[in-house]
Design a protein around this ligand. Structure first.
Ligand code: SF4
Ligand code: SF4
Length: 201
């Protein structure tokens, strides 16, 4: 097998998948989240979060899907350098880098007004929050809610069903290695100290 050709084939397959699942705005029910009214983007990793009280951080990490970093780079023109890279084995023969945003590499897309600068193209992990998918040891999809999201009480069940449907579609193509990274990243506190940026607060 030509590994590079196979990576390109898989990348094209994931890009088609993103085009299909990320741009279904006409069918996406409103989440009803009160992000602007109730929150200060507690789920967007940023400088200053590391020192914030635990109850003021809803999610310190965003983990991208396979090839989602490349997809966002293509859509926004952002550099590879803004992501943390973590290798996973997509198949026994194919190793790729997964992009992440975390307390060591805060989100470069978060604007000073605490709104997302790439709302149209933001990662599925961001779109899904405060819903948190994970895989049981038996390989079944299960769901939690992100504690500390002040909008939980307003979450629209139709939005929840829609997002669960998207993740259900991904179950067959996401390897266990990705789920392991997703779970591990949320609990790891060893991220390097963030660089100070204009988003410091
Ligand atoms: S999803 Fe929740 S934690 Fe994230 S910005 Fe909205 S209200 Fe805040
Ligand atoms: S990409 Fe947008 S929604 Fe996701 S963490 Fe960054 S600013 Fe927040």
């Amino acid at each position: 097998m030509n590994t590079e050709l196979e990576i390109q084939r898989l990348k094209a397959e994931w890009f088609q998948r993103f085009d299909r699942i990320l741009y279904k705005d006409d069918t996406l029910p409103s989440s009803n989240l009160k992000c602007l009214e109730l929150c200060q983007a507690r789920c967007c990793p940023r400088v200053g979060m590391r020192n914030a009280p635990a109850n003021e951080v809803a999610s310190p990490v965003v983990v991208l899907l396979p090839f989602e970093m490349e997809f966002i780079m293509e859509k926004t023109g952002v550099s590879h350098d803004v992501f943390r890279l973590w290798p996973i084995d997509l198949t026994p023969e194919i190793r790729i880098e997964i992009g992440m945003l975390d307390l060591g590499k805060p989100c470069p897309f978060l604007q000073d007004n605490r709104m997302c600068g790439i709302h149209e193209h933001n990662p599925l992990d961001c779109r899904t929050f405060p819903l948190l998918p994970s895989l049981t040891p038996e390989g079944r999809l299960q769901w939690d809610l992100g504690e500390n999201c002040p909008s939980l009480a307003f979450l629209n069940p139709a939005f929840t069903d829609h997002m669960k449907g998207i993740w259900h579609e991904l179950e067959d193509v996401l390897p266990r290695a990705w789920w392991d990274l997703y779970e591990f990243a949320d609990h790891w506190t060893g991220w390097p100290k963030p660089q100070e940026t204009r988003h410091a607060s």
